[in-house]
Ligand binder design. Sequence first.
Ligand code: HEC
Length: 120
Amino acid sequence: MTLRLSVLLAALAGCTGAPAADTGACGHAPALTWANFGQGWMDKHCVGCHSSLLRDDQRNGAPVGVDLDTWEDAVLWGDRIAARSVGDDADMPPGGGPSAEERRLLEEWLECAVLPAAAE
Ligand code: HEC
């Protein structure tokens, strides 16, 4: 999409209250991104075990290859992050930690940024 078109769409969404593709329904302006949200979330809660920088014996049992330290990792594992860290059955990180509000924001970021990128 050209810059001009996206600016126009954003302006239209603002006028009508209709959801813009990258923010509206997802609530945040600016939208939640890897840089402003996802990376910090993963650093705080996940990469202690799920990092490409950790050796097998440093991962506390987290499977080798299930790394969550880049945007590309998040896109690759997005549906599994959702399955394990959002909702009533959430069991990652194993010891708990994220507040209900943190998990709600994670869900929003997954739905609005990660899963759409994975579907492209
Ligand atoms: C204390 C270490 C630890 C932390 C922190 C941790 N995990 Fe895990 N993770 C594990 C272990 C152990 C397994 C393998 C056993 C299992 O699947 O329950 C695993 C497996 C996984 C898998 C692969 C299995 C599947 O269901 O596809 C995903 C995805 C995952 N974790 C996501 C996360 C996310 C997202 C976070 C951060 C919110 C996180 N983990 C934080 C230890 C951890």
